[in-house]
Design a protein around this ligand. Structure first.
Ligand code: ADP
Ligand code: F6P
Length: 324
């Protein structure tokens, strides 16, 4: 068979996401079921360059499906962005008998997998990020857990915000992407949602909205602000000064990246990890697993990285109409 793989390596890279452990378990057990050996690379590409590699057996991934984070750990590695680093990574794979590699991470991690494939190591990427910002897939590992964690936290902030008749700005994660903010905005019935994809810096519009909704008798005003817009604390000061309504900022931060994965994250992550192992067993390389139109599918990494993803204009329109 062309590109036959005997030992499959697996690493997690970029920001962690709940469900990564389930994906690793999916890779390990599916590969073992296909008669392959499996090696875990700790601390992403940094660990690869440092040869931090351990053999993974069936029991190595016992009792992790319900755990947040990644037991293989994750690091951002500048050296791997260089051609020298990528050549060294491929040599270390060969030295350790790793002829196929599953990379669980975001677009940056996929770019690394693409470079390793160019160096002759069969690679498959699995989308792991709470941000949902990978174009070839409607699902990324961790988004479901993160958005549920944020939703529950926002419900709690809303209770106190209502009691005190305050405005609350709640900042959720998403440096470049507004999916968490948009979903929470709809799920929590927010009055305003600020996302990097559409933000027009018109703070006066928000101020006018607060004044109008106060007049109509609303006791709270929830603004979900994506991390990519940021500045929630100074925004709160300006809004309070302009409206005369007490305004508080809450930044949810890293709590959104932790916690036990939801059922959806456990199941989809398992499926995607297993599918990545199966693709490598079939001799495929330079692929990314995705979920589109109700099916798990795989794409060429070059094509996947060239795709564009925008937030749904229809979701934005509906979110606005819900807060009128
Ligand atoms: P994510 O995978 O979540 O998008 P990053 O963008 O931080 O996170 O990428 C994770 C790691 O992937 C980086 O620290 C680096 O080691 C590797 N990486 C990112 N971009 C590239 C690239 N263009 N070429 C090679 N490796 C890359
Ligand atoms: O995992 C994605 C993400 O949470 C982004 O929304 C955020 O900007 C980034 O990770 C921050 O990660 P770190 O602080 O770990 O670099």
């Amino acid at each position: 068979m062309a590109n036959e793989v005997n030992t499959i390596g697996v690493l997690t890279s970029g920001g962690d996401a709940p469900g990564m452990n389930a994906a690793i378990r999916g890779v390990v057990r599916e590969a073992l079921a296909n008669g392959k050996k499996v090696k875990g690379i700790r601390r992403g590409y940094q660990g690869l360059l440092e040869e931090d590699i351990v053999e993974l057996k069936r029991e190595s991934v016992s009792e992790i499906i319900d755990e947040g984070g990644t037991f293989l750990l994750t690091v951002r590695c500048a050296e791997f962005r260089t051609e020298e680093g990528q050549k060294k990574g491929a040599e270390i794979c060969r030295k350790n008998g790793i002829d196929g590699l599953v990379v669980i991470g975001g677009d940056g991690s996929f770019a690394g997998a693409q470079k390793l494939a160019a160096q002759g190591i069969n690679t498959v990427g699995v989308p792991g990020t709470i941000d949902l910002d990978i174009a070839c897939t409607e699902y990324t590992i961790g988004f479901d857990t993160a958005v549920n964690t944020a939703m529950e936290a926002i419900d709690k902030v809303r209770d106190t915000s209502t009691s005190h008749e305050r405005v609350s700005i709640i900042e959720v994660m998403g440096r470049d992407a507004g999916y968490i903010a948009l979903w929470c905005g709809i799920a929590n019935g927010a009055e305003d949602i600020l996302i990097p994809e559409t933000y027009d810096y018109d703070e006066q519009r928000i101020i006018n909205h607060i004044v109008v909704s106060r007049r109509s008798g609303k006791k709270h005003h929830i603004i979900i602000n994506a991390e990519g817009i940021g500045h929630s604390t100074s925004m709160a000061r300006r809004i309070e000064a302009a409206t005369g309504v007490e305004t508080r900022a809450t930044i949810l931060g890293y709590m959104q990246r932790g916690g036990s994965p939801t059922c959806k994250d456990r199941v989809y992550a398992t499926m995607m990890g297993a599918m990545a192992a199966d693709l490598l067993c079939e001799g495929k390389t330079n692929r990314v697993v995705g979920y589109q139109n109700g099916k798990f599918q795989d794409y060429d990494i070059n094509e996947a990285l060239g795709m564009n993803k925008g937030v749904s204009e229809y979701m934005i329109k509906v979110a606005k109409n819900m807060s009128v």
